[in-house]
Design a protein around this ligand. Structure first.
Ligand code: ATP
Ligand code: MG
Ligand code: MG
Length: 562
């Protein structure tokens, strides 16, 4: 669900509709199936699917699959999954390649109209024709531009039939070399790519249409009313309109909005591939990345992403956002929608010597929302607390547990006072603490979290920090790989979590009011909760029946350590 008030009822997207108040609205989301989608694409999905939905129209998912060299089957499935995950249903799933024959026929028509020619120039010559270095010299057309229609048709058919090798010939649109816009300087329409089979059409074609030839025509075939793309295509608007007009086909309206960039990470496919190949992250869905598969695995709810995008709004300017701003949105969303549990990352047992029996405590899942219900937790004579909540030597400004000091245990009947502790001489680590109830003393200054020994279970908790040290990894000396944070993931293999996790798992996905996108379709990441005093966590797909693995989603507060 998108906040339509913010996105569509005002501002840029409202103006776009008013400029062409045409119903039914038809839009498309046109990814190249050559990589996984990232957070920026979520904006494109929200804009295109959201705009259509808001106006009661439809949105196509169109795979822009005209480059056989870079496409792989796994990307098609992953892209579709992400659109559904964000809560949208494509009107139809189409492929630019569905139109290869139609596009070819229109290319012949363009030749017949004397608006295209087969050119044999190489890159150096083309550059000169387009004004040379910095466009300093006059622009001109090569001799191929004056070939007859018959000659062009013959050559174009020869291209199709494999008479030429790659780069020996290409089809060029005859546009306007005088125009100030480089997108009008006789762009390529078809190239020879005879070495690679296409994932859908196999070896049927030896020539493939370019983006500039394909995009507007496919929009036209699908009767797209509003073709929304990012601002790097502003110059392309003119060539887009030129082609549809010259061919006399249906004319969609292209308008451009600003990209969403995020600092402190890398989004480019090549760079992510490098991180995967060099083992800095486990795979494309590693929770430290900002691909959509990563965000899903990390436990970020799809609605939190949509909220974030509508909070930012849509204008023609590029939006550049820090990770912490994004995390602020996620936190705001989780804060009111997921249950709270107690978990201890690095447990040490505390034996309360005068505790004689196990007590059943009824604890609410949320202090603010009684509708979330409650669960029973066993307060046992021995409890686990976190190693960081105990100090061997007390000090005045320390309020947690230390020998002779009293601390509160959250939700427990009495505070406890440490009496002694045991230590492993070899490692120097505290192995156990002994304590007694402090039933008479003052209210303690601090309350710590704990987990009982009954009903609780061991889990592996993966605590992620930023993958990079700086806001601009690309500016690091020697490149982004030199900016990698050495402790971007800290694993606690023996964390313990209270029994409430069983019910949280059973009732997943959280939030329970999740939209259709998650209900019934969510994987382990739908098991989300706040580990009190620690962070928000979600279950990872590495979890086994006998051992849960958790990912940190975000910290409880901005810049909190854990
Ligand atoms: P990348 O190179 O980052 O994968 P792209 O533009 O090559 O980006 P496409 O698969 O062509 O990726 O993108 C599909 C749609 O998503 C396009 O309409 C594109 O404009 C849009 N898009 C891509 N990146 C962003 C972004 N950062 N913010 C908003 N929209 C984006
Ligand atoms: Mg692209
Ligand atoms: Mg791309």
């Amino acid at each position: 669900v998108i906040d339509s008030e913010a996105m569509f009822k005002q501002g840029f997207l409202d103006d776009v509709f008013k400029e062409r108040p045409m119903k039914p609205v038809v839009t498309r989301f046109p990814p190249e199936p050559n990589g996984f989608l990232h957070i920026g694409h979520a904006k494109a999905i929200a804009v295109n699917f959201g705009f259509a939905k808001y106006h009661g129209g439809v949105c196509y998912l169109r795979y822009d699959d005209t480059n056989p060299e870079k496409e792989e089957e796994k990307y098609f499935t992953a892209i579709q999954d992400m659109v559904h995950w964000l809560g949208f249903t494509p009107y139809k799933i189409t492929h630019s390649s569905d139109n290869f024959q139609k596009l070819y026929d229109l290319a012949e028509k363009l030749i017949t109209l004397e608006k295209a020619y087969v050119c044999h120039c190489d890159d150096t010559e083309i550059k000169l024709q387009r004004g040379g270095e910095k466009g300093a010299t006059p622009r001109y057309r090569c001799e191929h531009a004056s070939q007859t229609v018959e000659a062009n048709l013959k050559k174009f058919r020869d291209m199709r039939d494999g008479v030429y090798k790659p780069r020996e010939a290409f089809l060029r649109m005859k546009m306007d070399m005088e125009d100030g816009n480089p997108q009008m300087w006789d762009l390529a329409a078809y190239r020879i790519k005879s070495d690679t089979p296409h994932h859908r059409t196999g070896w049927d074609w030896k020539i493939y249409p370019t983006y500039d030839f394909t995009h507007g025509l496919c929009d036209s075939f699908e009767k797209i009313t509003h073709s929304l793309c990012t601002t790097e295509f502003i110059n392309s608007r003119q060539s887009y309109e030129w082609l549809n007009k010259v061919l006399g086909v249906y004319e969609p309206m292209q308008r451009e909005y600003g990209r969403l960039n995020i600092t402190g990470t890398v989004l480019s496919k090549r760079k992510i591939q490098k991180l995967v190949d060099d083992g800095h992250v486990r795979d494309w869905d590693d929770p430290r990345l900002f691909t959509l598969v990563s965000l899903r695995r990390r436990g970020v709810p799809p609605q939190a992403i949509l909220d974030f995008i509508s909070e930012l709004g849509v204008t023609p300017s590029t939006t550049t956002i820090q990770i912490k701003r994004f995390e602020q949105s996620i936190r705001k969303y989780l804060e009111r929608t997921v249950p709270r549990l107690m978990m201890v990352l690095d447990p040490i047992p505390v034996t309360i010597e005068d505790a004689t029996e196990t007590l059943d405590l009824e604890l609410p899942f949320s202090p603010k929302d009684p509708a979330m219900g409650s669960h029973t937790v066993k307060f046992t004579p021995t409890v686990y607390i976190d190693r960081s909540d105990f100090r061997e030597v007390d000090s005045k400004d320390y309020f947690r547990l230390a020998p002779g000091k009293t601390v509160g245990l959250m939700n427990a009947p009495y505070p406890i006072k440490a009496t002694s502790f045991g230590k492993d001489e070899a490692t120097g680590k505290v192995t156990e603490v002994r304590a007694v109830f402090d039933k008479e003393g003052k209210k303690p200054k601090a309350f710590i979290t704990w987990v009982g020994t009954e009903g609780s279970q061991r889990v592996e908790a993966r605590v992620h920090n930023s993958l990079f040290k700086s806001e601009r990894p690309d500016d690091a000396e020697g490149g982004f790989l030199n900016d990698i944070h050495p402790e971007s993931e800290v694993v606690y293999p023996d964390a313990v979590i209270e029994s409430g996790i069983d019910e949280v798992k059973r009732r997943a996905p959280w939030p329970e009011a999740a939209g259709e996108s998650e209900r019934g379709k969510s994987g382990p990441e739908g098991v989300r909760f706040q580990a009190m005093r620690l962070a928000y966590f979600a279950m990872d797909s590495d979890s086994k029946d006998d051992k849960i693995v958790l990912n940190k989603i975000v910290s409880l507060k901005e810049d909190a350590g854990k």
